[in-house]
Design a protein around this ligand. Structure first.
Ligand SMILES: [Cu+2]
Length: 125
């Protein structure tokens, strides 16, 4: 009986801690345009929505072609109406082929998070 009670109390404590745990969440990407693994015509910009507003100046977004060469883009700009949205201009028309978007950023917890996703540019018809 005693051990059952102790177990119940331990379980209750665990549940309280789990529910009331750190509110600060790890930074991440929630969606993008182009979206991951999509096939599109050459985009005029890249739009990356994060799970929280990134720390100022922490976001880097690189566009790399299938040969591993960096594609020239503008600097990441935070959208004035949505602080979770970072946008990068793509001034050139991209050749058809595969591309990788490599990003890094820092959220509330101060951790540097990096990830990447790919998309494919289809020939303009
Ligand atoms: Cu983190």
């Amino acid at each position: 009986m005693k051990s059952t009670l102790r177990f119940a109390l331990t379980l209750l404590l665990f549940l309280v801690l789990a529910a009331g745990g750190p509110k600060v969440q790890h930074f991440g990407l929630s969606q993008s345009i182009p979206s991951a693994d999509s096939k599109i015509v050459s985009p005029g910009q890249l739009q990356l929505w994060f799970t929280q507003a990134p720390q100022e100046g922490s976001v880097t977004i690189r566009l790399v072609d299938s040969g591993g060469d960096l594609v020239g883009t503008g600097e990441p700009v935070q959208n004035s109406e949505d602080p979770k949205l970072m946008e990068v201009e793509v001034p050139s028309v991209l050749d058809a082929g595969g591309y990788t978007v490599m990003w890094r950023g820092i959220g509330d917890d101060g951790h540097v998070v990096r990830d990447e996703f790919g998309f494919e540019v289809t020939p303009e018809s």
